[in-house]
Design a protein around this ligand. Structure first.
Ligand code: DON
Length: 307
């Protein structure tokens, strides 16, 4: 695909998103409520390492739920695809990302590593003898995906740790059902930290492009995840990446994606590129309103629907 064509699509995606209205910053985490709502970043990174960006694409924001994808990759590398499927599951829940009901309906099995319960269970499978060792493994994994060191925001983390009672309850429910594989509060602690790192829209596109490139970071050339693991990760993203809106997203955009309540969203075009955007106001499902418009517009302009 020619560079001018991609650059034009990024400009079109930015313009369409700029004009889109609606949504509201997440406010259940105090830090997220305070981020300026008008920030908008858009970026495409191709599997051959070209970067196309527009707007506030270098503004750092909280990775939030998008981190679930990378911790899943880390755990898949450690215990294998089948063990992940057996211990956590691989199906959409059809319920909100923090649903306790979804757990109750399935005997405490979370079903998907991309909802909170499944992500806390996934965090409990990260290798390491204690919280700090597990946390170091997660940070190292995010670094490899982004191609440079990624840091925790103490401000975001403090804000999240002070308000994550619902997730702690999920941790204990998982534990009681045999679906949490370390101390539940340790699992929730490192899950909360993994959500509290800061990335830019460019970082997010590089992280997605690493999956698009079969697990090799296109900027550093480093293999981050085995080629055979990228397909099940992308399948999860297709089924659950945008929570209860994942079906609509597959129907209309046709790409595996992942969003976070920090306002980030990324879609992966296997073999070609990743399309990322950042804009804080969210819809009811917890997905960035303008981010979805930006990514969907770029995907449409470039004819990327997989189906
Ligand atoms: O678990 C939480 O509440 C957050 N730290 C992350 C949730 C999230 O990003 C869900 N997203 N759309």
């Amino acid at each position: 695909m020619s560079k001018p064509r991609i650059q034009a699509a990024v400009a079109a995606g930015y313009a369409a998103a700029k004009g889109a209205k609606g949504g509201k910053n997440a406010d259940y985490i105090p830090f997220l409520a305070s981020v300026p709502s008008d920030l908008l970043g858009v970026c495409v990174v191709t599997t051959d390492g070209c970067i196309f960006k527009s707007g506030d694409s270098d503004h750092a924001f909280a990775i939030e739920s998008i981190s679930k994808v990378f911790t899943l990759a880390l755990v898949m590398e450690t215990i294998g695809v089948e063990a992940v499927r057996e211990k956590i599951g691989a199906d959409p829940t059809g319920l909100p990302f923090n649903s306790v009901l979804a757990l109750e309906l399935h005997q405490g099995k979370p079903l998907s590593p991309l909802v909170n319960a499944g992500a806390i269970a996934t965090a409990s499978l990260v290798p390491g003898s204690d919280s700090e060792a597990r946390w170091a493994a997660i940070l190292e994994c995010q670094r490899r995906f982004a191609g440079h060191p990624i840091a925790l925001s103490p401000e975001v983390n403090d804000s999240e740790q002070a308000t994550n009672f619902h997730n702690r309850a999920i941790g204990w429910l998982l534990y009681s059902a045999g679906s949490c594989f370390c101390d539940p509060l340790c699992a929730v602690d490192i899950y909360t930290r993994q959500c509290s790192t800061l990335i830019t829209t460019v970082d997010l596109a590089v992280m997605g492009a690493t999956l698009a490139a079969g697990g090799v970071n296109p900027l550093t050339g480093e293999r981050v995840v085995a080629d055979v693991h990228t397909a099940p990760i992308l399948a999860e993203m297709m089924m659950e990446g945008l929570y209860t809106a994942s079906g609509d997203w597959a129907y209309t955009v046709g790409l595996p994606g992942k969003s976070g309540v920090g306002g980030g969203i990324v879609a992966v075009v296997p073999g070609q590129m990743a399309i990322a955007a950042f804009s804080p106001p969210l819809d009811e499902a917890g997905n960035s309103v303008r981010g979805q418009v930006a990514v969907a517009t770029i995907a449409r302009e470039l004819g990327c629907n997989l189906f």
